[in-house]
Design a protein around this ligand. Sequence first.
Ligand SMILES: *Cc1c(COP(=O)(O)O)cnc(C)c1O
Length: 401
Amino acid sequence: MRYVSSGREPVPSTGTMGEPGARGRFGAFGGRYAPESLVEACREVEEAFREAWADPGFRGDLAELLALNAGRPTPLTPARRLSRALGVQLYLKREDLAHTGSHKINNVLSQALLAARMGRRRLIAETGAGQHGVATATAAALLGLEATVFMGERDIERQALNVFRMRMLGAEVVPVTTGSRTLKDATSQAMRHWVGVTGDSHYCVGSVIGPDPYPWMVREFQRVIGEEARGQCAAELRTGVPDLVVACVGGGSNAAGTFAGFADTPARLVGVEAEGGAGAARGRPGVLHGCRSLFLQDDDGQITPAHSIAAGLDYPGVGPEHAHLRDLGRARYVTVTDDEAAGAAVRLARTEGIVPALESAHALAWVIRAAGGGELPAGSTVLMTLSGRGDKDTSTLKELV
Ligand SMILES: *Cc1c(COP(=O)(O)O)cnc(C)c1O
């Protein structure tokens, strides 16, 4: 296949974003740092995933689920009024229109189908703000599985609506009372719980993080975003491929899925992190939750907590493949502040009639800054993944409007 570049120097294809190396390595990152019993469970997940992913029957069942139950393919929307104001051509990949309101459903429906194929009858998940928990509860209900969702006690207090949605969908929500009573502790407790029940339960990781095979498997399950967008860009853009591909990065799953569709093209890849959760931009190598990656740490190597206005970006690290893409120079990682993201959310609402998730608004805030600062030449074509809708953020955003 040939791609026509728009005249700016192309980034050479690096053959990245294929299968990881031995022991789940992405360059210096990744791996499977887990207790022996979970190493065995991860091995079983890897084997089942390899087999399912090579099976056209599984692929067909999944494609049907994603089409009939999640609303795929999602549209590629030209942001016409905002593009005119910014002097670029901005296209939005509309994951906000997927069922349950974000890209998370792609991953959980895929993992739930895999779990059913493995004969598991229950999904285990952790959740912070509740988005991954709601998606997991949705997938479980759809496929007739049980769901147990671990959630910090403090998050349960703050996210009453999502707790209700999970219970409405039939999931059990387990309050986590240890540590800071938030996501990091919920994750640790979910992993500990899995140790005792690996034969009957599947641990449904919510991003491209955790022990091998999760970072690779979740990226493959989110690749549908990038592949759809690639075809939509080919049909829509004169150049076939955008100059720039931009997505927000928490753990990094919507970005990884988007980037995977463009890794072998000249498109420049940009991941946008929260100023207070910049694992890729400012983290240092370390091991947490089963893999080696980049994490925010103090001088003693203790993980320091992340802070972001967007709950989905409130993670002190980044998936190992993003750490590797940064090392290779294939993707670039930048940060925006809470205020820039909130401003971008309001601007998108008022120019395009779309209220974005605050996570997604980070990606847009960087596009706005780069267009205004001359970093994006006039007329640049930009594909941005709009990872989710903003309904969940109303209590945060209503202070601003
Ligand atoms: C969870 C979430 C994110 C962050 O997760 P990634 O794994 O980095 O994609 C981003 N946007 C939305 C809308 C989310 O719900």
